[in-house]
Design a protein around this ligand. Structure first.
Ligand SMILES: [Zn+2]
Length: 314
């Protein structure tokens, strides 16, 4: 069912007295009809033309513009209409709009109608609108700069799983599966989510998002500190690597990462004795640090375990 709504107006040309009917848009949904939004911006939405003499004019119609992304409802009052009259008109159109919107989009901001002088006033107000993320999913998508809607559900799932994690181990597992949670952009995304939830009257959900945000901030700080500690001890680690890796190091390293258990690692070490050297351990240590730096804690941990096995500690 379309949200935007038009209605015929019976007019009489003031120049040649020809009666004619002009169709005028009274409700415009910005997402549904960007073409009509453009007509509002050009202040031509209600323009009309007499079929008899070609005289141009403006239909004395109101306009209710709904922009879900900006969470805004703008009402253009027809020129010279008394307040009591346009108030009632705006109320009636607002009910029509709300009735036409899907249930999940019937949000409290709709009651906050901003009145402007005619189509021109609405056009001016359009330029002032703030486009804040609307839904939880969109907020995360915007924060991460993702345009691909198919990639959004995992984001929502990641946040929900993170919120459901009861132990540090569970949290670690979620972070391993969704390393982007540690991305700094998540901070803004979660703040947007918390805000959107408040706007929707979902205070508990909002608190949950805020909790998730604070948890991630703390985790990031902890990780930053530990990588700084490691960075300060890095010269010692680097000093251990007396030589650059050999040409085939890349494939050896890849083989290390695909090992599924200690037995496979030891077999690999037998095949490539270089893996038993202090140099190899230093190269792997560098890689482990690099993975930690980008927040891929799971992979960093795998390398750490592989190093322990290769050094003969496990
Ligand atoms: Zn005319």
């Amino acid at each position: 069912m379309p949200i935007s709504y038009s209605q015929p107006y019976e007019l009489v040309c003031p120049t040649c007295q020809t009666p004619f009917v002009a169709e005028a848009w009274l409700i415009v949904d910005a997402e549904e009809r960007p073409d009509l939004v453009q007509a509002i911006r050009e202040v031509s939405l209600h323009d009309t033309r007499c079929p008899g003499c070609g005289q141009t004019g403006v239909v004395p119609a109101p306009i209710l513009l709904h922009d879900r992304r900006a969470k805004a409802v703008l009402f253009g009052v027809p020129y010279g209409m008394p307040e009591a009259e346009w108030n009632e008109l705006a109320q009636g159109l607002l009910w029509m709009l709300i009735g036409a919107l899907p249930r999940e989009n019937q949000l409290p901001y709709l009651g906050n109608v901003q009145a402007e002088a005619g189509v021109a006033g609405v056009a001016e107000a359009l330029d002032q609108l703030n486009y804040t993320p609307q839904s939880a999913i969109e907020a995360i998508g915007d924060a991460l700069g993702s345009e691909d809607s198919d990639s959004l559900p995992p984001l929502a799932e990641a946040i929900m799983r993170m919120l459901a994690a009861d132990t540090p181990e569970e949290l670690q597992a979620v972070l391993h599966e969704y390393p982007f949670l540690l991305d700094e952009a998540m901070d803004e995304g979660l703040a947007g989510l918390a805000e959107a939830a408040v706007d929707a009257g979902e205070f508990e959900i909002s608190q949950a998002f805020e909790r998730a945000r604070i948890t991630l901030i703390q985790l990031r700080q902890t990780l930053d500190q530990s990588s700084q500690t490691l960075a300060s001890s890095k010269p010692a680690v680097a000093a251990q690597a007396s030589a650059p890796p050999p040409a085939n190091w890349h494939s050896i390293r890849r083989a290390v990462l695909t090992c599924e258990d200690a037995g496979e690692l030891l077999a690999l070490r037998a095949e490539y004795p270089i893996l038993a050297s202090a140099d190899a351990d230093a190269w792997l240590a560098e890689e482990q640090q690099a993975l930690r730096d980008v927040g891929d804690l799971g992979a960093a941990q795998l390398i750490g375990e592989a190093r322990a096995v290769l050094r003969g500690e496990r």
